[in-house]
Design a protein around this ligand. Structure first.
Ligand code: AGP
Length: 602
């Protein structure tokens, strides 16, 4: 969702800010803006639409070595140039960008700013107006900023410019991600290290309820009570090339095709010197001690959790529930006596998941985050973290993070089972099986033309599509439907094969595409029975099965892999099908409408 950048140094800031914003595009946005400050004052450029539209209106002749920038994903007020950030105070002395939601902004308006004429519909404008009000009342800018921050309820990452002082950017954070990047003679601010890898790899983490004074040569962190905080910088472990598309037309297809390498990397990262899979013993102890695991996640990560449940129950013998974070937060079920909470999140920033994490920590329960982003909020705040090692995922549609999440959950299940000598019907040599899977993924990537043809044959002109599966395949069809709908805007639903006849089958008409996944031996015949039911009602049926279970007429047969790990393979054709369907319909594959990569509001 919204992203912020800032630069204070000796070079002209415009291009650094614009390039930084381009790197944040993946987060999702509908307007963007920058403000730059020089001896002539502040110049603000903002525009609805893409960064490319913003570039068109930026005045090249304005040179300024200080600036802030923003991509906005509308929450309060429609996407428009007026509501786009930066926002300015009444006298235009203060200019501010903000990521997050100020929950008490209406009260603040009433209590402090009743005489102010607001220009936008945003919650953000309140912040900049409060700073100006408190400065007018006699406080220094730092004091006014601090006083304002203490009044705010909700989430924020903020960068603020003062027209009267070209040597400082005021920065603050609560719940929304923010880093300060360090350079020689310059410093930068960014929601995500990727935005500023162009100038530095050295960053300092900012914690919730901290305020930072950023000058060209210094970064000083304070608590909201004014106490100085010392914090060591870290080196971002991402390569600038990891976040480039290279020769690929879109990030999504690049990330689909990175999956075999990601699986191999995970095996390597979780293997010890003896070649055995290993996980920090304190994590394994926490899993073993739990009488029930609660997996909390959203979207694709939730779908990975559905597969994780099967793995943890069948391999490690631990009862496991999977919950959608946004529901669990407000409607908690009766918990077991010794629960362990596992948060699955590619970004580690999803606000719905974080809200649950905060709540269960208050209740004193142990928490583990499985994430792709070291140092992310969910990783920092949970007791333990397992990393996905998938490399940056830029496309809004999650692909390699899904398969990495399942692979890491499989390793967790196996290591837990081995360390408590659990014997179930499912003995897994995960490292070996993942090796087979990486190979099978390579084969599927080589067959992408076939999936492009499926997309053409079944999805070119349809307005809806159904995916059906049973058992583990039911988990995958839900992910397949999400992938298709989010990037191609085809209305897609993933159903349990046996459930269709209880209502949804009424929607099947002549030519309705129904994509069937069949990789589970015990339900192979029954899902094919369900396929026949829709075929008899005119559906255009496409069956994707697995070697050993294939039958005449199957459209594609995926290589055979361990029956508990088939989602790692069967999802790949579905990702390609969604990609090509979106491409053929002329959709913006990497940046689908209305969506954001990190959903940082509840
Ligand atoms: C998947 O393609 C989505 N864009 C979305 O559902 C995503 O998985 C969800 O928002 C959760 O994000 P997270 O994994 O970063 O927590």
């Amino acid at each position: 969702m919204c992203g912020i950048v800032g630069y204070i140094g000796t070079n002209d800031s415009k291009e650094i800010l614009l390039k930084g914003l381009e790197k944040l595009e993946y987060r999702g946005y509908d307007s963007a803006g920058i403000a730059v400050l020089n001896e002539d004052g502040v110049k603000v450029f903002k525009e609805k639409g893409r960064i490319a539209d913003l570039r068109n209106i930026v005045d090249e002749s304005v040179l300024a070595s200080v600036g802030i920038g923003h991509t906005r994903w509308a929450t309060h007020g429609i996407p428009s140039t007026t509501n786009a950030h930066p926002h300015q105070s009444t006298t235009e002395r203060f200019t501010l960008v903000h990521n997050g939601v100020i929950e008490n902004y209406e009260h603040l308006k009433e209590d402090y700013l009743s005489d102010v004429a607001f220009r936008s519909e945003t919650d953000t404008e309140v912040i900049v107006q409060l700073v100006e009000k408190f400065v007018n009342e006699g406080l220094s800018v730092q004091e006014a900023f601090q006083k304002t921050l203490k009044l705010l309820e909700g989430s924020y990452a903020i960068a603020l410019l003062d027209r009267e002082d070209k040597d400082v950017i005021y920065v603050a954070k609560n719940k929304s991600p923010l880093l300060v990047g360090l350079g020689e003679g310059f410093n930068v601010v960014a929601s995500d290290a990727m935005a500023m890898l162009q100038v530095t790899k050295q960053f300092v983490e900012i914690m919730d309820k901290e305020m930072v004074i950023v000058t060209r040569d210094e970064v000083t962190i304070y608590t909201l009570d004014g106490e100085k905080v010392e914090r060591k910088p870290f080196i971002a472990q991402i390569d600038a090339s990891d976040i480039e598309k290279g020769t690929y037309p879109h990030y999504m297809i690049k990330e689909i095709e990175e999956q075999p390498a990601v699986i191999r990397k995970i095996i390597q990262e979780y293997r010890n010197d003896n070649g055995e899979l290993t996980i920090d013993p304190t994590i394994i102890e926490a899993v073993q001690e739990a009488d029930r695991i609660y997996i909390i996640a959203a979207g694709t990560s939730y779908h990975a959790g559905l597969v994780g449940k099967e793995l943890l129950e069948k391999v490690a013998n631990i009862p496991t529930e999977v919950h959608v974070a946004s529901e669990f937060g407000y409607n908690m079920p009766l918990l077991s006596k010794k629960p362990l909470f596992i948060f699955i999140s590619q970004s580690g920033e999803t606000a719905d998941s974080r809200a649950v994490l905060v709540r269960v920590k208050e209740l004193g329960y142990k928490t583990l985050t499985i994430t792709n982003v070291p140092g992310s909020t969910l990783s920092r705040e949970a007791d333990y973290t397992l990393l996905l090692h998938a490399g940056p995922e830029i496309a809004v549609a999650s692909t390699k993070a899904y398969t990495a999440q399942i692979a890491v959950l499989a390793i967790l299940a196996e290591v837990t089972a081995k360390s408590k000598d659990v014997v179930t019907d499912y003995q897994l040599d995960v490292a070996h099986e993942l090796g087979i899977i990486a190979q099978a993924m390579d084969e599927l990537c080589d067959a992408k033309d076939e999936f492009e043809q499926i997309a053409r044959d079944y999805l070119a002109f349809t307005r809806n599509c159904f995916f059906i599966g049973r058992a583990l395949d039911y988990a995958v069809v839900q992910e397949a439907a999400l992938k298709l709908k989010e990037i191609s805007y085809i209305q897609a639903e993933g159903f349990a094969g046996g459930e269709l006849k209880h209502g949804t089958i009424a929607l099947i008409e002549d030519g309705t595409p129904v994509i069937v996944i069949s990789t589970q031996k015990n339900v192979n015949l029954s899902i094919r029975g369900n396929a026949k039911e829709v075929l008899a009602r005119g559906a255009n049926v496409c069956i994707v099965s697995m070697k050993g279970l294939e039958m005449n007429g199957d459209r594609y047969v995926i290589p055979e892999v361990h029956e508990l790990l088939t989602p790692l393979i069967s999802v790949v054709p579905m990702q390609y099908i969604a990609y090509y369907a979106a491409l053929h319909r002329g959709c913006d594959v990497d940046k689908p409408r209305n969506l954001a990569k990190s959903v940082t509001v509840e």
